[in-house]
Design a protein around this ligand. Structure first.
Ligand SMILES: *[C@@H]1O[C@H](CO)[C@@H](O)[C@H](O)[C@H]1NC(C)=O
Ligand SMILES: *[C@@H]1O[C@H](CO)[C@@H](O)[C@H](O)[C@H]1NC(C)=O
Length: 262
């Protein structure tokens, strides 16, 4: 367990003394944010806000502990959850940077339903020192299905290596109309630029769409050392700062859609 905590410390080191405030955008109301502010000697994230996961969830073989090099994976999940509201665009955003080893941030939806049927929206996943980030939707059944599992519906985007970046996910939930229409849409953005979208008509099933865009969601921040992605640690796997994930804030805001709802 101490190994797991060591990793979480890396996750938060630089946020202990300097916290960022989530920005306010024109037309959007900031509904919830977490800036990781805390006492200078705080080691762990605020456990009123985060569940610290130190059990093996048996998800993608993501928990790996190496006694010899003091590695473990680290994962926190927000106690806060929300459901995208009808008649609104929801904006989910982070200010984040990664070491050049391996990191992974996801926003997931889990409520006792087996993955991927529960629906999962990966806002940004980065592997090793690649300057490519991926956004992915996972849903439906483990093989193929409406999200082409296990790959999922994904797109990639260039991420400045080790630089701060602002990944953003925008689920739009119109007030009117069936959810298998293109007005029901989830878009992925990197530093304001859209790089991925999944629509209701693409999924084509209102029940499956609901698992992605209309049921409770919570935030997951995860540094996975090994696992199905990116594979087992090897001689190039870095210790310490090279494997860090640093988060300035995570936030959620909403914007009312124009009357009529699209
Ligand atoms: C989607 O994911 C698969 C499997 O991880 C990967 O091989 C592929 O390159 C990804 N596609 C994009 C556009 O990122
Ligand atoms: C990896 O990141 C660390 C910390 O920023 C840096 O010191 C190191 O030079 C980087 N290594 C590579 C290969 O980019």
């Amino acid at each position: 367990m101490t190994l797991a905590i060591k990793y979480m410390f890396l996750l938060l080191t630089a946020t202990l003394t300097s916290a960022w405030t989530a920005p306010e955008y024109d037309g959007f109301s900031l509904v919830w944010s977490e800036d990781f502010a805390g006492a200078d000697d705080a080691i762990l994230p605020n456990q009123k806000v985060w569940n610290i996961i130190d059990a093996d969830l048996d998800v993608n073989a993501e928990l790996e502990v190496s006694e010899s090099r003091c590695w473990s994976s680290g994962r926190i999940e927000s106690k806060y959850s929300f459901t995208p509201e009808a008649g609104k665009r929801t904006v989910v955003e982070a200010y984040i940077r990664f070491g050049n080893n391996s990191a992974d941030t996801k926003q997931g939806i889990r409520h006792g339903v087996q993955w991927p049927g529960c629906g999962e929206l990966d806002i940004l996943e980065i592997l090793n020192s690649q300057s490519i980030g991926r956004g992915t939707a996972h849903c439906d059944v483990p093989q193929k299905g409406r999200c082409n599992e296990p790959v999922g519906l994904n797109s990639s985007v260039v991420v400045m290596n080790q630089g701060w970046c602002v990944p953003r996910l925008i689920p739009t939930r119109p007030r009117m109309g069936r959810s298998v229409q293109p007005t029901h849409v989830i878009t992925w953005h990197m530093n304001e630029k859209q790089f991925h979208r999944v629509t209701g008509d693409q999924i084509g099933d209102s029940g499956v769409w609901s698992t992605l865009a209309q049921t409770p969601m919570f935030f997951i921040l995860n540094v996975a050392v090994s696992g199905t992605l990116p594979g087992n640690p090897n001689g190039k796997t870095k210790d310490g700062y090279g494997a860090m994930m640093e988060v300035g804030y995570v936030a959620r805001g909403t914007e009312h859609l124009a009357p009529g709802g699209s």
